[in-house]
Design a protein around this ligand. Structure first.
Ligand code: NDP
Length: 243
């Protein structure tokens, strides 16, 4: 049984990734920070789809290092190491730079980038020592690839994730563990609900529409396949041609 932790899988892109990996037979461990019931629903749905034993969802704030380590270590002690992790949980706190407050900077950096370290640090060594030829995927953003107005904090965190994933890919290549980043454009989720002037934004996208969570999940699922064993240290965009 190959277990995969998908952070932030109570809704949105993370949930779509969880369901898609379940369809490919993985035993998905769902995760959320607040929406425990929704994470439990994802876990139950994944078990139904995959035919694997239902995995207890993990509930912790990815920006809280101690909480992340203790929840993940307790889970691994009971259920064994992970085959893979999708570091998907993330937040935005947008503002033009002149009025970007320190706490909005800290919250986005600590969650979107800090979460990568806090979640992967306890997971990676057990993968290596158990000789698991696993998969790590970080969900970045077009904002981290090109930089986006009003998102200096988020662009910094998401660009940081790209660097972190590429460096970890080099370290883990000899262990046959791949590490990649997936960079979505604008995807129809609660996070994208707050976008003003949606029609204007769509005009800037060559495909003239927002993406669907399932379209991101399909790319992540590819990276988890045996056939993708030679794909590592890459950033794969899913953005309708936005950049
Ligand atoms: P949503 O806001 O719909 O869902 C966010 C998920 O992350 C939820 O499961 C939420 O849990 C969890 N989460 C939020 N904060 C924390 C935290 N501090 N600790 C643990 N879990 C947390 O987001 P999307 O599905 O839209 O986005 C998923 C990822 O994709 C994010 O990293 C985002 O930056 C990235 N992305 C999204 C794009 C978009 O257009 N939607 C575009 C590009 C990238 P809970 O339900 O408990 O709150």
């Amino acid at each position: 049984m190959d277990r995969v932790l998908v952070t932030g899988s109570s809704r949105g892109i993370g949930k779509a990734i969880a369901l898609r990996l379940a369809a490919d037979g993985f035993a998905v461990v769902a995760h959320a920070v607040k929406n425990e019931d929704a994470a439990a629903e994802t876990a139950a749905e994944c078990a139904r789809i995959s035919g694997q034993p239902e995995q207890k969802p993990l509930i912790f704030d990815v920006s809280d290092r101690a909480a992340a380590v203790s929840a993940i270590e307790a889970d691994m002690a009971a259920n064994g190491p992970f085959f893979g992790v999708v570091a998907n949980a993330g937040v935005t706190a947008d503002a033009p730079f002149p009025i970007l407050e320190g706490d909005a900077w800290d919250r986005v950096i600590d969650t979107d980038l800090g979460g990568f370290y806090n979640v992967l640090k306890p997971v990676v060594m057990p993968m290596v020592s158990n000789r698991i030829r696993g998969r790590i995927v970080a969900i970045s953003s077009v904002s981290g690839v090109v930089g986006n107005r009003g998102q200096v904090n988020y662009s910094a965190a998401k660009a940081g994730l790209v660097g972190a994933a590429k460096a970890l890919a080099v370290e883990l290549a000899r262990h046959r563990i791949t590490v990649n980043a997936v960079a979505p454009g604008v995807i129809e989720t609660e996070m994208a609900d707050s976008i003003e002037f949606k029609d204007e934004v769509k005009k800037a996208i060559p495909m003239r529409r927002f993406g669907r969570p399932e379209e991101v999940a399909a790319v992540v699922a590819f990276l988890f396949r045996d056939e993708a064993a030679y794909v590592t240290r890459q950033v794969i965009s899913v953005n309708g041609g936005l950049c």
